[in-house]
Design a protein around this ligand. Sequence first.
Ligand SMILES: [Zn+2]
Length: 742
Amino acid sequence: MILRNPVSKMMFLFSLLLALMPLLLNAQSYLWPTNASRHLSSSFCEYRPGHYHSAIDIKTWNKEGYPIYAVEDGRVVRLRVSPFGYGKVLYVRLRDGRTAVYAHLQRFNKKLEQSVRRLQLKKKRYTVQWYPKNWPVKKGEILGYTGQTGIGVPHLHFEIRDAQEHPLQPLAFYPDYEDAVAPTLQSLLVIPLNDAASVNQSRLPQAFGLKKIKTGVYVLNDTIRAQGIIGLAVRGYDRSNGVTNKLAFYRSALFADDTLLFSMRYDTLDFALTNQVDVDVYYPRRRTTGQRFNKLFIDDFNALPFYRESPADGRLQIADRPLDFRVEVSDYRGNTSIIRGTIAPEERAGRPALTLLDLSDHAAYIQLRLPKDVKEMRFFTQNDSGLWRPVKYFDLLGRSSEQSGENMLVKLKLNSSSDYLLRLDIENAQNESMYALLSNNRKPPISLDFDYTEHYLIARLKPFFSNENQPVHISCGAIDTLLTPLARNGSAELALGMRWFAGDSLRLRIANDGYDYFDTTLTFFRFEPGKKMHKRLSSYVRMETAPKTLLDTVIVYWREEPLPDTTEAPLFSPPFRIDFAGPVFNKSARLFVAYDTLTVPARRVGLYVVNKKGKLSPAGGRADTINSVIEAGIRSPGVYVVAADTVAPLLELLYPRDGEHLKRLSAIKFKALDELSGINSDADLHIRIDDHFVIPEWDPETDTVTGRPYWQLEPGMHRLRVWVDDAAGNRSQKQIRFFIKN
Ligand SMILES: [Zn+2]
């Protein structure tokens, strides 16, 4: 970084000192929370669907039962047992006011475990929560043992929260944590941030591969050419000493011409904002390909707490001169990888073009404008057969050179008099194709498809027949205008920004070269933050947002989908898709779906998501039988349908068997699962021995339930009864007898 004057140099040193302060203050350091390992399997603020990871996960080598320790003097303030999420979790308020959280435990220590068991029997529930009043602990005391309760494989999830319950970067308290491995970077995404910007002759984000030239230094495989306001995003991961787990990085920064424009650090998290994790990544890419690129720019609505030291928002304006940039990505120990690159301004002039001048007797006269780097050119024609046939003979009649390229006049010998399409392939860095129509009384076979980003819609015409990059005539409601498409490789992109989406539909008429290519009406729905909005998406679907539902304006697309052929569940609405490209749902929108006449009880009916394989999973929702609608909350794009679950859960008793004679019974085991609506909670699982309650310890990941009778069973016959209800109210039950031997 080049600093222009001594004052800013001092400021720089001062802010560096400030940046190191938290580290110095925390140097008191806590005890490491377990003896299982000093390796991480997940890092702080790693991406999880719908939230950030608020802890570090410590590796327990796929085993359970390692002791966990009080990291500092304090008191146990909270314990919770649940089949979901954190499983068995323990909270210790430390002497300094912070809280240490240990999750997914196999069990608590003996005294705590006994108290929890008493509470479970009293409440007749596996799920319980307890706030001990006076339970002091000493640094180093064993509080419990690592396990895999709740979600995930065996590991210790360890959080440090401040007095306001904000999770902190746990590594800040362990200055002796060792890691010497710099982050691995995979690719860089260059994103046009409005409908006037472009990257490598496209309105869509372009991913660039990276080449590692030495440890920690990457360069780009290709040149970036851009115009207008763009943003960058980086994809990669971190690794640490001795293990292969992929972790999130801790810090990222963007410099342009050696000036810091963006910086981000995962030091602290706010649970109230953790649901905005998709604002941090480039959402349209995550949604379509699953790839996560971390943004190196800050959207206007982004309120996440990671950018306090960022001097600007990271957006880049590319005008008329090249821009050198540097991306820095670091882990918590400061191991850094960088990407160096240049963004050159995109030249609009000198694009290749093909114009038909005249047609006569199996010959076509063509005017060409080509870039200078053309190595080879080949012509093809097509007739009604639909096959491209190479043109064998052509004459170069004229040639002139100018700075941006070459002009040529070419005479072609056509293959037949029925040829009506002409294609030129040029071989150069871009390997482009161009098209022309030979016959004016044929309508060109053009396809139109759509793609969209957070900020604009792309209409793509393919192939694109144009003499030059001529403006395309486009009508939208009362507005009639000309829009210049970005043409490349025979296709053209028209970008329609938010201003086109004022209403809820758009009539799109596209005309060029004397043809009316398309006349189509796009239906969409514009929802805005800050007010209550209610829109009818179709005759049977309505959507409602509250003032705080959205972070920013979003365009919602709706369309009906074909019936899935893989489900046997009765369906009570057509399947429909709700789609949007912005990561802007802060809360769920309310969806109201009118259902057809029911042939099953209303409580069996709910809203379901149809996945790509046609399988249904519950999306919640309750039937309002007075109005015949399902009301449900949705935050994610997807295909939805109203369906009924009329099938009782699967219930399989594994131990003991009916009529079995046992020496003693330490645990009952059964399998319980439900394909459609699912099992809501352990309150829907029941175990009784001789009508006495037994705690159902449920592991939804393996669909198993374990019950341990807390009393000694007398010799003789006993009756075991288990039953389970699914979320739609279907019940399965089993009743057996077993014998305890004398
Ligand atoms: Zn975790």
